[in-house]
Design a protein around this ligand. Sequence first.
Ligand code: ADP
Ligand code: GLC
Length: 485
Amino acid sequence: MSQIEVLAVASELYPLVKTGGLADVAGALPKALKPLGVRVRTLLPGYPAVLAGLEKPRAVKALGEVYGGPARLLAGGADGLELYVLDAPHLYDRPGGPYGGPDGKDFADNARRFAALGWVAARIGQGLVPRWRPQVVHAHDWQAGLTAAYLAYDGAARPGVVCTIHNLAFQGQFDRRLLAELGLPPQSFTADGVEYYGDIGFLKAGVRLADRITTVSPTYAAEICTAERGMGMDGLLHGRADRLSGILNGIDTTTWDPATDPLLAQAYDAARLDARAVNKAALQKRLGLAAEPNAPLVGVVSRLSWQKGLDLLLAALPMLMAEGAQLAVLGAGEPALEQGFRAAAAAWPGRVACVFAYDEPLAHQIQGGADVLAVPSRFEPCGLTQLCALRYGAVPLVARVGGLADTIIDATPMSLASGAATGVQFAPVETPMLENAIRRTLELYRAPEAWRRLQLNGMATDVSWTQSARRYAQLYAGLLVERGA
Ligand code: ADP
Ligand code: GLC
């Protein structure tokens, strides 16, 4: 088959700008698709970090006034990726993160900031760029959701549209009075268009109007069609279930490779697993944890948010400490959770250590040194940290939800005997269940044979993008056949 040309649209991309797993996916998927004959160019907002990191930038097109100020389209590269950047200083040139200011509050004009992204994506889809026209536009999350709407109501020939949900908790819902300002026609404001509970729904528009909807694990795809987990969109998702599929994320196995990782004190692989002890000792030292090689060390690398269920871990801490374990937390987010972990570190000095920051090297060092990686999420569309843990021989202890359920095989006598087990799961997501799972995990830890088997099974798991990239390529190809393109 001839090459498929795709425009991906994303609001973050590793290594230029990242708040979570979306950036990892946007950065890694194009590379995995390339050998499969899918060429991806990615459109990003021109935040300062993106403009600063763009290699060989060149102006492609002046766009005139876009939502209140002058804008232009740039092209360039970064880390082997082909990028388009919407350079619109009035929308993106400001301090803070991609979605909010240094005060932690969302920007008041986010509707306009991300409508602009979708609008330009739609224009590129219709041939804005000289000599390149994508056959598929792949919009990630609510920030890219309006792409589908601008294409649907324009009447011009359009490419196929894929909308991927990375997290249904963020839907991009804005006041209906913005309709005209966002350049959406009055007829778009219906249940079959952008209208969402009386407002404008960016993600809703994507889900309603895209040709294909994907999310990042099969279990999450099923969960979001239920009233319990559908966050208001279950009716629509259920109605479009024939267009919805779950494709698991992978990780970049070059960046995440314990055999070559320069951020580790000691590189290792499955054949030299004992060398992990050096990393554990280095981690304990760095974080001020007691230098106890045999104390089970539980790690956390996470956004600190309700989603991640870390309040359950706080509640289980007395029990974890009574078992003689240590805890290393790397996370940033909600002040109440930070406060809880800060208090725990004060209560158990040398046994609980916390770093409240975004720290890439430390994330690697926790994966390479901790015995267990805990992910007690209330919901988890896919989750990437448990995949990194598998690759690094840290045994994942996870809630049985979403992508965690799909990527970790619970250690039972049978799965241990058959060599399938890779971690420990618990459900429902409640503190007593987490405590049981911790007990089960520590029992396994104290049985070195079984523990090593768990680690090796995990390390042998394919967590790369290879399989999933193939599924995206098939999805694009199927869509093109359907559209007769
Ligand atoms: P989510 O996208 O919901 O935050 P994922 O598990 O999909 O969860 O992705 C999180 C990504 O962010 C992973 O690459 C993880 O290593 C990284 N990460 C999360 N918190 C931190 C942190 N405090 N410091 C460094 N990396 C972090
Ligand atoms: C979201 C989800 C996470 C997923 C990531 C990348 O941030 O919370 O589970 O892994 O997107 O798809």
